[in-house]
Design a protein around this ligand. Structure first.
Ligand code: ATP
Ligand code: MG
Length: 315
């Protein structure tokens, strides 16, 4: 049973680093299911030899060998993240027709989970959350040259320390670019930019559109586009897509929010991507800088809304 991998871990039992790419699925014990997405299931797992917690995401897919190799290679790129605002991907495996990804565990769950509890997020906390997301986005765009493509509340994870980190970057791109899987893995169109929906050329600014919609939803408590039939909801996904492409961009109601917040949303959700600011430019926007001298304690804020999923000390 005991292979050379375990020997390495035995000698260095304290913390597993992303560079320790010697992990095996058999080294982990399942603790509990912590989330379910479109394509798979996420479990809290514990590394048997170090006691360290991780999130194990398993995406079921029955694909042939060459496709698996392509996906594995692409996912490996995500393993070298060096940014505190991007969720670390430790390793990925293929096992029984599924991709399993060992991720950094975020004990506060996603911003979508959090928003369900608090309904709306006050501006000063949103600014602090947004600043971290912008740092993560800037890293992905500028350092890694990755367009996230699926930025949404469930792909922003939080923890009791007040960290906000971006996850699932590149995964959707890898899956969507794998021929035959494109339709299976497109999750939601809600946060997709007009240029992507209409099949045009798109780039990093596509993520900035999504960020604007996410912030607006967090501030108001509801998704910014409302169906024309009121309560009956969207008739179909094409109706929503048409609205995003044809209608004016949504905006923050100026009677409820600060001019700085309204301006920030406006520079994110410009219909023409050339008019949107970059992650770097947005970091010096007044909405982000106006709270600089205030000590915003996101850690207490995240934990005050209810018990975290599971903190390391509780287990
Ligand atoms: P979709 O599949 O449509 O993209 P999703 O993003 O919600 O939706 P998953 O990425 O599978 O789907 O995540 C499901 C849930 O699992 C998240 O909403 C979050 O609550 C939880 N989760 C995912 N990754 C982690 C992690 N690293 N640490 C803690 N919780 C996580
Ligand atoms: Mg996700």
């Amino acid at each position: 049973m005991k292979g050379p991998n375990y020997m390495t871990l035995d000698r260095k039992p304290s913390v597993i680093q992303p560079s320790d790419n010697q992990l095996s699925l058999a080294d982990f014990e399942a603790v509990k299911v912590i989330g379910k997405g479109n394509g798979g299931i996420v479990r809290l797992v514990q590394h048997k030899w170090t006691g360290q917690f991780f999130a194990l995401k398993v995406i079921q897919m029955n694909i042939d060998e060459s496709m698996r190799k392509h996906i594995a290679q692409e996912l490996r790129i995500n393993q070298s993240s060096q940014c505190p605002h991007v969720v670390v991907c430790y390793q990925s495996f293929f096992d029984n027709g599924a991709i399993s990804i060992i991720l950094e565990y975020m004990d506060g769950g996603s911003l979508a989970d959090f928003l369900k509890k608090v309904k709306t997020i006050p501006e000063r906390y949103l600014a602090a959350i947004c600043k971290q997301v912008l740092q993560g986005l800037w890293y992905l765009h500028h350092e890694k040259h990755i367009i996230h493509r699926d930025l949404k509340p469930s792909n922003l994870l939080v923890n009791h320390r007040g960290d906000v980190k971006i996850t699932d970057f590149g995964v959707s791109a890898v899956l969507a670019s794998t021929s035959g899987l494109a339709n299976t893995f497109v999750g939601t169109y809600n946060y997709m930019s007009p240029e992507r929906i209409s099949g045009g050329a798109y780039g990093y600014k596509s993520d900035i559109w999504s960020l604007g919609l996410v912030l607006l939803e967090c501030a108001t408590g509801h998704f910014p586009y409302t169906p024309p039939q009121g309560d009956e909801g969207w008739v179909n996904v094409y109706e929503l897509m048409e609205t995003i492409v044809d209608q004016p961009a949504p905006c923050a109601p100026p009677d409820q929010f600060s001019p700085q917040f309204c301006s920030f949303i406006s520079v994110c959700v410009q219909k023409d991507q050339k008019d949107r600011l970059s992650a770097n430019e947005l970091m010096s926007h007044p909405f982000i800088t106006m709270y600089n001298d205030q000590d915003i304690d996101l850690g207490s804020y995240f934990t005050s809304a209810g018990p975290p999923l599971a903190t390391l000390s509780e287990l």
